[in-house]
Write a protein that binds this ligand. Structure first.
Ligand SMILES: NC(=O)c1ccc[n+]([C@@H]2O[C@H](COP(=O)([O-])OP(=O)(O)OC[C@H]3O[C@@H](n4cnc5c(N)ncnc54)[C@H](OP(=O)(O)O)[C@@H]3O)[C@@H](O)[C@H]2O)c1
Length: 258
């Protein structure tokens, strides 16, 4: 057992959507803490570049894939199996959104979001289960961390119907899978972020401005790297070994205020 409660040194970590935004923050936190990190996203140039940048801080490799495709989930899982005997932490972070008013909301905006935000995490967990179980013990469980959203905890501020529903579904999937995963000594938890400055948030920041968004947050600011890094390391380390099936808002008190 590691001396530090929050130690993740030498753990094998796979972060979907790790090339930018919140996924990049999580990948960076694990790389800096001495883990062996793999990041995955569609644009291979951007993914390779992000991994190379993080590689200057520690160990990071790029495994590009379109995780909305079942064949790609299977391919990337096989690829990781050729490199690693097991997986310590799977971070299901890749996500997308769609904004449109109810009368004009298109089927494409429903299917694309539900597919990546809800279906893909389920099949990633299924595909990586044997690798997660390979390193898991009762006293030292391996981990799945799902990145949900405050929009899955309360009705959203924006017209993002499929997004908020997908995140509520992901939170419930976290609870639902806690039982079968516990039998294999794998813990599963969700982080539900409030607003963080990323590409996904850019249209909202442009239309509302950071200040007006911050007013919706009890702590009066948007989330930054340290806010996500701390909780991501907590859910991957000994410190959270007795926690599974939970959803933790990391939102500056946004959901406490409603
Ligand atoms: N930002 C926020 O304020 C906020 C708040 C609550 C929850 N979240 C959640 O946090 C997660 C990350 O969001 P973010 O704001 O960091 O978004 P982002 O900046 O848009 O980053 C999304 C990441 O996912 C990758 N990705 C998108 N589609 C993919 C696919 N089909 N296959 C593989 N990778 C894919 C992107 O790379 P490619 O485009 O190259 O594939 C990118 O690396 C999401 O689940 C989001 O719902 C964010």
């Amino acid at each position: 057992m590691s001396e530090s409660l929050f130690d993740v040194k030498d753990k094998v970590v796979f972060v979907t959507g790790g090339s930018r935004g919140i996924g990049f923050m999580i990948a960076k936190a694990y790389v800096r803490a001495g883990a062996h990190v793999y990041i995955c996203s569609r644009n291979s140039g951007v993914c390779d570049e992000a991994a190379a940048g993080l590689g200057k801080l520690g160990e990071c490799a790029s495994l590009p894939a379109d995780l909305s495709q079942m064949s790609e989930i299977e391919r990337v899982c096989l690829e990781l199996q050729t490199r690693e005997s097991g997986l310590d932490v799977l971070v299901n972070n890749a996500g997308t959104t769609w904004g449109s008013s109810l009368p004009s909301f298109p089927e494409k905006g429903w299917d694309k979001v539900i597919s990546l935000n809800l279906k893909s995490p389920f099949f990633l967990i299924q595909s990586f289960l044997e690798m997660l179980a390979a390193k898991a013990t009762k006293g030292d469980p391996t981990r799945v961390i799902n990145i949900g959203s405050v929009d899955g905890l309360r009705t959203p501020l924006w017209d993002n119907y499929s997004y908020s529903v997908s995140k509520a579904g992901l939170h419930h999937l976290t609870k639902t899978l806690a039982t079968p995963l516990a039998r294999r000594h794998v813990n599963i938890n969700s982080i539900a972020p409030g607003p963080f400055v990323t590409d996904m948030m850019a249209p909202m920041i442009e239309s509302m401005g950071e200040e007006r968004i911050s007013e919706k947050v009890l702590l009066q600011r948007l989330g930054v790297y340290e806010d996500m890094a701390g909780v991501a390391l907590f859910f991957g380390s000994r410190a959270s070994a007795y926690i599974t099936g939970t959803i933790l808002p990391v939102d500056g008190g946004m959901t406490a205020a409603i």
